[in-house]
Structures are given as structure tokens and as C-alpha cells.
Ligand binder design. Structure first.
Ligand SMILES: Nc1ncnc2c1ncn2[C@@H]1O[C@H](COP(=O)(O)OP(=O)(O)OP(=O)(O)O)[C@@H](O)[C@H]1O
Length: 455
């Protein structure tokens, strides 16, 4: 391939990956040579090589073959005279991408997967459900003598396991640059293992894995049922533990609960510290939202957000932090697109599907019953026409909770409150929103009721 052809290919890639990806990742590539079906590119850092290999490797290979035939592999190389800045843990080694794409700088070092720069301890919000996991991760990140091995982190989807592992790697990169820290998913472990078998490079594979100082394997449940990968994992694990090298493992469940995982591996995994990331609670969700909103505010400085929106989201969106983050991002993008402030109404419109999906199954009837019990009035009085303050206030509280905790529209809520008009419901909801700020007793009632209703 000539430099001209590389120029043409770059134009094509620009169209495929978009301007910003192109600028960040493709533009820095320098085509070096094409020989024996292997296209070599020079990259300024192995991190960049890793990233491009993983995210755009197949695309480059595909588009290159449309231009010149018979390219089998892509190779990313940091030229010998380049000094890499040690800014990220992942830069010390390189990543082998899928298929025929490889980015290798040194064949003797184990490639680590790229780390997400947003996943640090600074950005990890700590609350009751994750404080132990956070403390254990921090302990490992200090890089001192191994006190528990392995650290086994487990928890449901999107609760921060990967975030904590990346945070450990970032931290060690700064405090202990002498250590060879490797983070990879169990799937990547398997892929490397299969590749080593295929290329008859098992000795290299073993050597590479045994030269690691801190090994972190994400989503280990992936190797369940994959017998030879499990076997190899077991040997790697034992070899590192014997050498007192730190291991961190994550999974979506406790070691004992991973089906089709060999007993000896289960028991090995339980040897160290097993920590559970619990589902988030309201306070943690609110804390996470508050911290994330700051970053969105920087991006959209002109957007205003009404009081209560974050609280609403923290109440209504389930335990998965990824969903919570996604909702916030979408909300800001939407509000900026339509040029409107972020109000509760806009939030409900924009996130209707997310809210519906994570809706707790609380019914209007249940709310009415709990609220009338709480205020010691009869259900018939709450729904009936009487306007006495002692009935009207609980009625408004119930309307407010219906609006917050169910996906019923205002007219629907009105109908279930004795056929009232939607404007009456709207007025009731607004009144309680005001009172919640002015009147501590109402705020307390609401909190208590919400907790009982959530069960
Ligand atoms: N306590 C937290 N503070 C800030 N962000 C968090 C927290 N917990 C999770 N997140 C964010 O939620 C998202 C999902 O987290 P992460 O990918 O670490 O989850 P996971 O437990 O590895 O999920 P999976 O089981 O899907 O692999 C990430 O963007 C992460 O930054």
C-alpha cells in the first residue's frame, strides 16, 4: 500500500468513525509498511495502538482489503526512538484485538485491556452498599504486601465492579509504576489462551501471565463451563498466588454460586476476601447523580435544572447505575436540543420508557390505602368529594406519590381519585412540592410513606 492509498483509506475511515474518533485515534497513525500480508502502523503510544486495535482494528482491516488485497493482519508499533509518557497503566503493554488484528509492542509483556479514564477512585461515589468493596479496592491499590488474595468483588449488573478494578489500576500506575499491572476480562483471558494454543505458544502464554505483579480478571463467570480455559486459569491463579502476586477478580455472583465452575476454582476464589457490591439505595443513587450532574453542567452551562429532578430520578430509577447515568445523559442532551430547562415534566416525557422499565410495581390503590392509614382517615374520605383540610391534605399527598411512584398520567390519577379533573391533581402535586420544602413534617411523612411503599 502506498502513502497515497493510506490517504484514501483515511478519508474513508473518517466517514465511518466520525470526526472526533478520527482526530483522536486514526490521525495519529502513521502507515509504515505492508509486507507478507501484515500492515504495520507506527503509533505514538502503545495505549493508542491498543485502543485502535480493539475498537477500529477490524474496520481498518476490512477497508484496507477493499483497497489492496491480501492484508491478513494489522500491527501497531511504537517506533524504537519514541519515549512513551507513562500516563496510563495500560501503556506499558499492548492489546491484541479480535480476529487478525494485533498490536504488539513487546511480545514478552502481557497486554492489558485499555482502561477507562473516567473510572477512578475520585469519581467513585461511596455509600453504604459499596463501602466495603471500595475500602478493599483501595487497600489493594496501595500496593503494599498482599493481605488478602484474591480480592473477589461481586454484584449485579452495573454496580461498579469494573469501575473499581480500573480505579485500582490507575492508582497503582501512579503510586507503583514499577509493578506490571494487568487488567483484562475473562473473555480476553480465554481468547489469549485459545490463540496461544492455536499458535503453539503456550510457553509464552504461561510466561507472560506469570510475570504479572497484579492480575485483575473481570467477569470471571464467563469461563464457567469452558473446561480447558478454567484449567489454565486455575494454574495461572495458583502460580501467581504462590509468588504472592495480587489477584483481583470480579463476577456477577458469589464464587459458590457460579454454576459450572470447578469446585477447586470456587474454593480457591473464596480463599481471600469476598466482597459484595449491594444494590444501590436511594442515598447512593442521589449521590451518584449529584456527582455526575456536575460534569453535565460543565458541558451544558446554560441549562437549568428544577429542584427535585435528581431526587425523582433517584427514587424512580432502579439499582443499576449504568441506567441512571444513561438517563441523565439523555436528559441533558434532550433539554439542550429542545432548548428548555430540565423540569420534572420534561424529565418524565424524555425518560418515559426508562421510567416505565424500572417502575416499581406500586399501584394507585396501594398508595391511597397507605396514605389514608398513615393519616388515619377512611379510604372513602380520601377519594370522596369532601374538601375538609384533614382529607384534602392527605389526598394531595397521595396524588403527589402517585405522580412520583407510578407512571399514571394526571388525568388517570384524577379518575382514580373520584373522577377529579387533571388540573386538580396538578394543583395538588404542586402544593405538596412546595410544602415539602417549607414543612418538615410533610417532608418526613413523604419519606416515610415512600419507604413503606417501596417495601
Ligand atoms: N459508586 C459509583 N460511583 C460513580 N459511578 C458509578 C458507581 N457505581 C457504578 N458507577 C458507574 O456505573 C457504570 C457501570 O459500572 P461498571 O461498569 O463498573 O459496572 P459493573 O458492575 O462492572 O457491571 P457489569 O456487571 O455490567 O460488568 C459505570 O459508568 C460506572 O462509572
Amino acid at each position: 500500500m502506498t502513502q497515497d492509498q493510506w490517504g484514501q483509506l483515511k478519508q474513508k475511515l473518517q466517514q465511518s468513525v466520525g470526526q472526533s474518533n478520527f482526530k483522536n485515534w486514526i490521525e495519529p497513525l502513521e502507515f509504515s509498511k505492508l509486507a507478507d500480508g501484515v500492515a504495520t502502523f507506527h503509533v505514538p503510544t502503545s495505549f493508542l495502538g491498543n485502543y485502535v486495535s480493539q475498537h477500529f482494528g477490524d474496520l481498518i482491516l476490512y477497508q484496507m482489503n477493499a483497497l489492496v488485497s491480501d492484508v491478513r493482519r494489522i500491527h501497531f508499533q511504537v517506533p524504537a526512538n519514541t519515549t512513551e509518557r507513562p500516563t496510563r497503566p495500560a501503556t506499558r503493554t499492548s492489546q491484541t484485538g479480535a480476529g487478525n488484528v494485533a498490536s504488539s509492542v513487546s511480545d514478552s509483556m502481557l497486554p492489558t485491556a485499555p482502561l477507562d479514564e473516567r473510572f477512578t477512585f475520585d469519581t467513585f461515589v461511596v455509600g453504604k452498599p459499596n463501602e466495603l468493596a471500595n475500602a478493599a479496592a483501595r487497600r489493594v491499590a496501595e500496593g503494599g504486601p498482599t493481605t488478602f488474595n484474591p480480592l473477589f468483588l461481586y454484584g449485579g449488573v452495573g454496580l461498579g465492579k469494573t469501575h473499581l478494578m480500573h480505579a485500582i489500576a490507575w492508582e497503582l500506575q501512579t503510586s507503583r509504576p514499577d509493578l506490571n499491572v494487568v487488567y483484562l476480562s475473562a473473555e480476553q483471558f480465554m481468547y489469549r489462551f485459545v490463540q496461544a494454543l492455536r499458535d503453539r505458544k503456550m510457553m509464552d502464554f504461561k510466561e507472560m501471565f506469570r510475570s504479572v505483579d497484579v492480575l485483575m480478571v473481570d467477569d470471571v463467570q464467563f469461563i464457567a463451563g469452558k473446561d480447558s480455559t478454567q484449567e489454565e486459569f486455575f494454574h495461572t491463579f495458583n502460580a501467581l498466588v504462590d509468588q504472592n502476586k495480587q489477584i483481583v477478580i470480579s463476577a456477577d455472583r458469589a464464587p459458590g454460586e457460579i454454576a459450572n465452575l470447578e469446585e477447586r476454582i470456587k474454593s480457591r476464589l473464596q480463599c481471600g476476601l469476598v466482597v459484595d457490591l449491594h444494590p444501590t439505595d436511594y442515598e447512593l443513587r442521589l449521590g451518584i447523580l449529584q456527582s455526575k450532574v456536575e460534569r453535565h453542567r460543565e458541558q451544558y452551562p446554560d441549562l437549568t435544572m428544577a429542584d427535585g429532578v435528581l431526587e425523582f430520578l433517584a427514587h424512580r430509577i432502579s439499582t443499576n447505575v449504568r441506567v441512571l447515568e444513561g438517563a441523565l445523559t439523555r436528559l441533558f442532551a434532550f433539554a439542550s436540543l429542545v432548548g428548555q430547562p430540565i423540569t420534572l415534566e420534561l424529565t418524565q416525557d424524555c425518560l418515559a420508557d426508562v421510567l416505565r422499565a424500572s417502575e416499581r410495581k406500586v399501584s394507585v390503590e396501594e398508595i391511597q390505602r397507605k396514605v389514608s392509614d398513615h393519616y388515619n382517615i377512611r379510604l372513602s374520605d380520601m377519594i370522596g368529594p369532601k374538601r375538609l383540610r384533614s382529607f384534602a391534605r392527605p389526598r394531595q399527598v397521595a396524588m403527589f406519590l402517585c405522580k412520583q411512584m407510578t407512571s399514571r398520567s394526571l388525568p388517570e390519577i384524577g379518575r382514580r381519585f373520584g373522577g377529579r379533573d387533571h388540573t386538580t391533581v396538578m394543583h395538588g402535586v404542586k402544593r405538596i412540592e412546595e410544602l415539602r420544602i417549607q414543612d418538615a413534617q410533610i417532608a418526613e411523612d413523604l419519606e416515610l410513606l415512600r419507604r413503606t411503599l417501596e417495601g
